[in-house]
Ligand binder design. Structure first.
Ligand code: 4NP
Length: 198
């Protein structure tokens, strides 16, 4: 499958990515931490910035869900700095790319503003089922068991690999069209492990 990155608002500026889920304590903060790691590995610090939020307001100011933090920590990531925030319409002006974790998040976000820069996160998953819309969802692990968080981490890691490769391409060549496969060049050289499940 192939997906494209929206063109940078400012070609010489920092490309800002906002990841959005419902509560901003499980999926989008996991994606923020992992994608930030891949951005650093790809040498894109200062060129690409990743933030996250939730469409709901229940957890504003709270740290990550302890199960999300545990699985991230077990795989070598730092989950300690996250504090939940709510998505605001200002993000449409502030972000080059908004990535929603499931179809409900996509509908909630695009109800608040223009959809041109909004994508489903798993449009960049090399293993997502592109035909069925549910195949594009990162499933909400909040009401399930620990294994759901491991599944989410595996989805997030391989999708972040693909995104980092596309972002590196965009920064080096200006092309925003080639996000169809993970090159692997952004996925080496770190102590962070992989979740190894899907
Ligand atoms: P998230 O998961 O959207 O991945 O952060 C959830 C967290 C909290 C709730 C729902 C989903 N909640 O209803 O409080």
């Amino acid at each position: 499958m192939s997906a494209s990155l929206p063109a940078p608002r400012d070609p010489g500026g920092r490309y800002r990515i906002g990841v959005v889920c419902l509560g901003n304590i499980c999926r989008s903060p996991m994606a923020e931490v992992v994608l930030s790691d891949r951005v650093t590995r790809a040498g894109l610090d200062g060129r690409v910035e990743v933030v996250s939020s939730g469409t709901g307001d229940w957890h504003i100011g709270n740290p990550m869900d302890r199960r999300a933090a545990a699985v991230l920590t077990a795989h070598g990531y730092d989950a300690s700095r996250h504090r939940a925030q709510q998505f605001e319409a200002a993000w449409f002006d502030d972000c080059d790319l908004i990535l929603t974790m499931d179809a409900d998040n996509f509908a909630d976000v695009t109800a608040l503003g223009p959809g041109e820069r909004v994508r489903m996160f798993r449009e960049f998953d090399p293993r997502a089922d592109g035909e069925r819309h549910g195949g594009r969802d990162v499933p909400d692990p909040y009401y399930g068991g620990d294994e759901g968080f491991t599944t989410v981490l595996a989805m997030v890691e391989r999708t972040a690999d693909t995104l980092a490769a596309a972002l590196g391409e965009m920064v080096s060549t200006g092309s925003t069209s080639g996000a169809g496969s993970a090159s692997g060049r952004a996925s080496t050289g770190s102590s962070s492990g992989t979740a190894g499940a899907d």
